[in-house]
Design a protein around this ligand. Structure first.
Ligand SMILES: [Zn+2]
Ligand SMILES: [Zn+2]
Length: 152
């Protein structure tokens, strides 16, 4: 009988605990990804948390943030950053533009065939390595424009 037996058991136990934690995190991360994939309006972390809690009631806001971070770094989600607004998440990975309403902040996809802007910019900036381009249109959505007209 090896004297290391209890150490082995402990090792196995820690390994199992670790594997269970990984499986749990993988499941939670999958739920986070599905929530973003099923919403078309580029939700922020707080909205994603509200929606994912309906599928995984025990999930914490911290886990949602960690899942989003992992999903972005693995290329499953894109981030949309607006000054003064929380980061929003996009599961549509193909090249597309966004329209941002300056009043309510909603972000809408503009699904038009965009030219590849990277080589255009690279021609202007030969000393830089440009990897991506993001096109953003700004203005007001029809509800906000109507509200502005009514109030003025
Ligand atoms: Zn608006
Ligand atoms: Zn989008």
């Amino acid at each position: 009988m090896s004297g290391n037996f209890s150490t082995q058991i402990l090792g196995w136990f820690l390994y199992t605990q670790n594997q269970m934690a990984i499986v749990r995190f993988t499941r939670q991360r999958q739920a986070v990804l599905e929530v973003v994939q099923h919403s078309s309006d580029h939700p922020d972390a707080a909205r994603i948390y509200d929606d994912v809690r309906r599928i995984v009631p025990s999930i914490s806001l911290g886990t949602v943030y960690r899942s989003l971070e992992a999903l972005v770094s693995e290329g499953h989600l894109l981030q949309i950053q607006q000054p003064g607004m929380p980061t929003r998440y996009d599961a549509r990975l193909e090249n597309h533009a966004h329209f941002v309403c300056g009043s309510c902040g909603q972000v809408v996809d503009v699904l038009t065939n965009l030219p590849d802007l990277v080589p255009l910019a690279a021609a202007f900036l030969p000393k830089f390595e440009i990897s991506t381009a993001q096109v953003e249109f700004h203005g007001q959505c029809s509800e906000c424009a109507t509200r502005a007209r009514v109030l003025s």
